[in-house]
Design a protein around this ligand. Structure first.
Ligand SMILES: [Zn+2]
Ligand SMILES: [Zn+2]
Ligand SMILES: [Zn+2]
Length: 288
């Protein structure tokens, strides 16, 4: 707008050089009125015109087209119009700029608010992240601790069982040693006893041979036992104990049967009171 106004001011005087043809009938030109700007009367055939805005007379030199170029006005009114228009444009521009500034300010404020809001959000999120991280770390460490404690418990149990096994094996080893020692002692005793028994056996064998020689002329006790009842057998064993043990002949007789019969005969010859006192029984077996 400013540029347009400038060009208008520069070009108008040339266009208006020739005539004042822009007058209409309501403003008839005058030959007598002076120009109120230059105070000159129109010369030759020229006339002055009446300005529609200020109702004052003006000459050709001080004539200008109005805004829509339909009629002429005085230079002062033209300048005033341009000034007014420029002022109006400037105020409009200033208002626009003010609006722009206000908008930008409000935008800036809004952006600041947004930035602050986002900052607080970021801080909250960071706090949350930190909390989550710390919680995660805490959980991970807790799990590790639990696993390690479980492992430790299992290991302790294993160690305890191993210690028990070791103790039991030690004690069993001791027991085994003691058993082994006692068994070895027993074996020694058994060996000693075996040797003793061998010697005894040898002695008995020699004794047996000797006795066999002596027993050739005596009645075997086994045959005598078959011929008497158990009570008489006991009697014979008591009466001839030494002879039976050593297989010797009874004095004055050739065999065991003869000595037994002799004893029976002497028993029968006894009086009844003597019989009762000797042994209170009398059987009907073939010998007694
Ligand atoms: Zn003039
Ligand atoms: Zn005027
Ligand atoms: Zn009998």
């Amino acid at each position: 707008m400013r540029k347009h106004a400038y060009t208008l001011v520069q070009t108008l005087p040339k266009m208006l050089d020739t005539s004042l043809e822009f007058n209409d009938d309501s403003n008839k030109p005058s030959k007598n009125e002076k120009c109120y700007i230059c105070t000159k009367k129109p010369q030759n055939s020229r006339k002055t015109l009446k300005c529609r805005q200020c109702n004052q007379w003006f000459c050709k030199d001080h004539a200008r087209k109005n805004a829509d170029e339909r009629f002429l006005i005085c230079l002062n009114c033209f300048k005033a119009n341009i000034h007014q228009e420029l002022t109006h444009q400037a105020t409009l521009q200033i208002n626009d700029l003010k609006n722009c500034i206000q908008e930008s300010n409000s935008r800036k404020n809004q952006l600041r608010k947004d930035i602050n809001h986002k900052k607080t959000q970021i801080e909250k999120l960071e706090i949350q992240i930190n909390n989550k991280n710390s919680i995660n770390n805490l959980e991970i460490t807790q799990r590790k601790i639990e696993q390690e404690s479980l492992m430790t418990n299992a290991l302790t149990k294993e160690i305890e069982t191993l210690e028990r096994v070791l103790e039991s094996s030690k004690s069993s080893e001791k027991e085994n040693k003691m058993r082994l020692e006692s068994i070895e002692g027993e074996i020694e005793e058994v060996e000693k006893y075996t040797n003793f028994m061998r010697e005894e056996k040898n002695k008995l064998l020699t004794r047996y041979d000797e006795l066999n020689k002596d027993m050739r002329d005596t009645v075997p006790y086994g045959r005598l036992k078959q011929a008497v009842c158990p009570k008489c057998c006991v009697k014979i064993k008591r009466r001839f104990r030494d002879q039976l043990l050593y297989g010797l002949r009874t004095e004055g007789t050739d065999s065991m049967i003869e000595s037994v019969l002799a004893a029976k005969a002497s028993f029968k010859a006894m009086s009844e009171t003597d019989k009762m006192s000797t042994s209170g029984d009398a059987c009907h077996c073939i010998i007694f």
